[in-house]
Structure formats: C-alpha cells, structure tokens
Unconditional design. Sequence first.
Lengths: 353, 78
Amino acid sequence: MSLGSITERAPGAGPSTAKWIGWTVAALTIWGVVYSQLVPFSQWVVAQTPVDPKSHLGEAISFFAYDTPKVLMLLTLVVFGMGVVRSFFSPEKTRALLAGRREGVGNVLAASLGIVTPFCSCSAVPLFIGFVSAGVPLGVTFSFLIAAPMVNEVALGLLFGLVGWKVALTYLAFGLAIAIISGWIIGRLHLEHWLEEWVRNLRSDAVELPQEELSVVDRIKAGIDAVKEIVGKVWPWIIAGIAAGAFIHGYVPSELLASIMGRDVWWSVPAAVLLGIPMYSNAAGIIPVVEALITKGAALGTVLAFMMSVIALSLPEIIILRKVLTVRLIAVFVGVVGTGILAVGFIFNALFS
Amino acid sequence: MKQVKILGPGCKRCAATVEMVQTEADRLGVPVSIEKVTDYAAIAGYGIASTPGIVVDGKVVHAGGLPRPDDLARWLAA
C-alpha cells in the first residue's frame, strides 16, 4: 500500500473537494429554478398544440407535459440524496447491528435500516443467507427484506411530490409497521426448519471488512452514480406510468372509478392486493398511476394497497427467494405480508374520508 | 501471481467487477488469476452479505457494489 493513495483520499482536503461541493450547490440551485417553472412550461406546451386545453386530450397532454419533467426531477433529487445517505451504510454494517438482536427491538431496527441500507433485489439471496447464517434471527431478516423494497426513496419521494406529504408519511409509517409486524410474526412462528436444508446447515462468520474511508467527494459521486443507475433504469417505466396516468386523467370517467375503487366497495381492497402480486413494476411506474386514480375518486387505501402489493409482493422476487425458502415458508411470507397490506388498505379507507 | 476471486451469483455488476480487476491488473502489470464464485453457499462461506465481493489472496477486501479503481490498484499492489 502506498502512502500517496491514503493522503489523496483524506476527507475534506484539497481544492477539488471545494470544486465538487460548489458544483453540487450550483446544480441544486438550477434544479430549484427549473422546478419552479414547470407549471408555466406545461401550459405553454398545451398552448403550442391546436388542442382545446379543456378537452379530454388537452387535459391528458397537460398532465403528461407537467408530470413527466416534475417526476423525473423529483426522482433525480431524491435518488441523489439517498445515494449520499446510503454511502454511510452497507449490508455488512447493518448485519453487524442486527446479529443476535432479540425479536421486537430487532424487527424495528431491521425495518428502519431497510430504508437506508443499499439493497438490490439481485443481491437478495446472498443477503438473506449472509444475515441468517451469521446469527440474525429469521424474523428480523424478514423485517429487513420486507421494508427494503417497500419503503424506498423512490416510492416516498414520488408520493411526497405527487400526492402530498401526509400520504407519504402515512405510507412510511404503515410500510414500516407491516415490515415490523410481519417479521415479528414470522419469527414467533419459529419456521427455521422451513428454510431450505442447505441454508439451515450453513454457519458462517461475518467477515471484518477493511474500512473503506469515503471522502465528501466520494459520497457526492455515490449520489451521482445512484442517479445514473436508478433514474437511468426506471425512466421508461415512469414515462409509461405517466402516459397511463394521463389517459386516466383525460378519459376515464370519475364515476366509473369511484364505483370500482371507491370507499364503499369493500371487496376492492382484497381485489387490489391480489391484482398487485403478479404485476411487477417499481414505485416509479406505479405512482403516477396512483396519483391519477386518487384524483379520479378512487379510495386512497385501495390504491395504496394496490401499490404496496405491486412493490412488496413481486413474483420475480418470490422466485429468487425460492432458492433459499421452501414453498411453505414462501406461502407464510406472502400470507402474512398480504394480510398486513389488506389491513392497511382498510385502515386508510376508514381514516381518510 | 495474485489469486483474485469475484463472489457473485452472476449479476451484471459481478461481470463488470471481473473486467475492472482484469483491466486494473493489466494496467499495473500484475499477473492475476481471476476466479468467479457463483455458488450461494460458497459465497456465504466468505461471510459477506452483499455482492459482488472481492477476495484477494484469500482475504475479503470488498463487498457490495463496484469497487473504486484506486482501491483495486491498492489491493492488487499490496
């Protein structure tokens, strides 16, 4: 190891750090200015077309022209922020915090860490085995695995921007509650013997990773990388989601939605959960649709239950987890989480009227 | 000869990591033998919880996400 490589990365040193911070501040300022001009921009776009702004098509176009840049900009900001925050966490650090924890406290901690720990569904299996084999209780591991995809920055950021902070906060609270309670229940059921046998027999010692010192510049770069990766991957979903939302805005009559997804239709919540399981989208694609549904009179609880089901109970993730979980354990997992989402749907519908 | 193992179930980033290690080793002129470890149980045996992981001469040096090139150079040169 050469000394040069250490001094080069001393945190907060050198003119390049100041330059990076300066550029970041400048970029954030430009972001704010552009964002504040979006409404006039969308009106201008509709004015450029020969379409009557009051017509169905006019409303659809204006929704699309306003929401596309708005959602993409919000997403970029939130993903950048979370990218920086996540550079302070890693699955290994989280595991060290959770290993040997008692249930209860462990579930709460795991669900909360699920929000900030960098996690990609492609690494769900190594993470699951890495947690369980190093002494994190099964139920606590599940709390983490439920919270990580469901309560993520994309979902929260978009809900906040499109539907409002009250709904975003409630979603956060209920998402965490589902992860905590579902994990706790799975832990209480003592289903360790329903893991695949090779996983059960695995014991490993958590590795002590050499500390990778990150400078401010590294963390800003981590944020930029996150934007490149996440926004780069989900933007087609967003456009598709907004297009679907624009269609709903312009063409779907409110009475129709209210009669199918309204508060008085009790079966709409279970139907939304069932419908959501085989659907695979991410928060980015589903939230513009959520917003359009809500403004058209669909009940909030029903819509959120649908959204949670789409995000938290996805078929691809279940197939991946099948490598480590027996079918029986997967059934329990889907059953417990599905019931939680159902409860959230009904509670929401009762609360927000 | 440096023995480098890349731990990962075969995701895109794992393949990218293999390339980064090879490129960096070529640049530094360090002879390496790179082995991909894709078996879940074997990966877990190294005690990591996120992939891709990098093992250099039997020691885990990295887990989760792409490594930084200057870190790679440090691990390969050590």
